[in-house]
Design a protein. Structure first.
Length: 413
């Protein structure tokens, strides 16, 4: 039996129940206080000074934008593809400067805030939009059409937010073996509310949205849902990335500064492909929690223990993706006692954020030759207590993962 078979079987069974039944006192007892283990490679050692130095400072934006740029206003488009709207709202985090963005730019499209139709964009000259900021993943035919249109019309495309950069939570739907048909069937027929609705109003003939409908007034169409959710750069060429769910104020300030410096002073933009508003180190380097590299002998969730406010969450048995996540948010979640879920994505050196996090966690199991107090079965038991491993390690990055989708094994298991 392979590791994964054993992992899966364990996950279905007693280990999960046993975990849920533990009291918080018992859980705390099982998180061993053993600081002998060497620091895993993913986390370098840190001091308070190094943590302070690692913080991402907001860009100095100076005074409010000083009227129109010397060569006239730039054209700015802001578009959301498969997005929740949070990224659009986060743009307001430039505070009072949002009032003077209109001095710098003609906003030619921003569906959440201003009018601006597809045909308006289609009629513009190619390359005449200076900057398009696009959030959201590409999950349907309308998303694809619009991002390709904006790419054609734009000199610069910014891939904004975790969904656009890595697929984000929409790309977790790539794990549904039956693709869009299974997704629609579940959403419109199987959830309790829709099942009741179909039973009450369409008994025996459930209604699922169609891509075309002939109404008395004419043909109505809906975008075609895709089986696979894609990241923006899997569909169009992208110039810059700003990660985060949503990007935080510090990161946004660096994007605005780059655009404003370019528009007003002709300052060259960062090199194509750059990620704006992050540091080169991992989140652990900007997290103020003390790291003791204790052994993991039990995995817990924050609500199951009294979280020590100063100690690394991993040292307390709480899985944290900080070692596998690029620094940019100044450790917002871990400062608040919640583990990092990785919304800023991996560092440039890492392709697979989930695998990188697993590697960091694996280095904390006491399996080293000189202190092997735990065998493979124990590790499987511990890891099996993670209720949704793929959802945990790939909450934001499934679209970029080497794991493309889940498949159904022969026999339907
Ligand atoms: S990255 Fe987060 S805030 Fe932005 S659209 Fe996706 S889910 Fe919403
Ligand atoms: S709490 Fe998370 S981010 Fe902070 S030091 Fe520990 S592993 Fe790193
Ligand atoms: S701590 Fe992690 S999940 Fe929280 S905002 Fe920062 S990168 Fe995102």
């Amino acid at each position: 039996m392979s590791f994964f078979d054993r992992f899966r079987n364990k996950n279905k069974g007693a280990a999960v129940k046993a975990s849920a039944a533990k009291t918080s006192a018992a859980v705390k007892k099982e998180v061993k206080k053993d600081s002998k283990q060497a620091a895993p490679a993913a986390c370098s050692s840190k001091t308070l000074d190094s943590v302070a130095a690692a913080q991402l400072q907001p860009a100095d934006l100076g005074e409010l934008l000083p009227g129109a740029p010397p060569n006239g206003k730039i054209n700015l488009a802001i578009y959301w593809a498969a997005a929740c709207g949070g990224c659009d709202v986060s743009l307001l985090d430039v505070n009072e400067r949002i009032l003077t963005i209109g001095d710098m730019a003609n906003i030619v499209m921003w569906p959440i805030a201003a009018d601006g139709k597809e045909h308006d964009i289609a009629e513009m000259e190619d390359g005449s939009i200076t900057v398009s900021i696009i959030s959201g993943a590409v999950r349907n035919s309308e998303n694809e059409h619009m991002v390709k249109l904006l790419r054609k019309k734009s000199a610069i495309v910014v891939c904004y937010g975790a969904c656009a950069c890595f697929g984000g939570s929409p790309s977790l739907a790539n794990l549904i073996p039956g693709g869009k048909d299974e997704l629609l069937d579940y959403v419109y027929r199987k959830t309790p509310t829709t099942a009741n609705f179909q039973e009450d109003y369409h008994k025996g003939k459930p209604v699922i949205p169609q891509t075309e409908f002939k109404a008395p007034e004419g043909k109505l169409t809906l975008p075609v849902l895709y089986d696979t959710v894609k990241t923006l750069d899997q569909v169009i060429d992208v110039d810059y990335y700003v990660p985060g769910c949503p990007p935080l104020q510090e990161s946004i300030s660096h994007l605005l500064k780059a655009v404003a410096d370019f528009a007003y002073n002709g300052v060259p933009l960062p090199p194509k492909g750059a990620t704006v508003g992050v540091v080169t180190k991992t989140l652990c380097d900007m997290c103020p929690r003390r790291k003791e590299y204790r052994r993991i002998t039990k995995i817990v969730e924050p609500h199951e223990i009294d979280v020590d406010p100063d100690l690394c969450l991993m040292d307390q048995g709480i899985l944290c993706l900080g070692p596998a996540t690029v620094g940019g948010c100044n450790a917002r979640c871990t400062r608040a006692g919640q583990p990092c879920r990785g919304c800023y994505g991996p560092t440039v050196a890492v392709q697979e954020q989930g695998a990188s996090a697993l590697t960091a966690i694996a280095s904390l199991f006491p399996v080293l030759d000189d202190d092997a107090t735990m065998g493979e079965d124990s590790i499987i038991d511990i890891m099996s207590t993670i209720k949704d491993p793929l959802g945990y390690f790939y909450a934001y990055t499934m679209g970029k993962s080497l794991i493309k989708r889940s498949v159904t094994e022969k026999g339907g298991k």
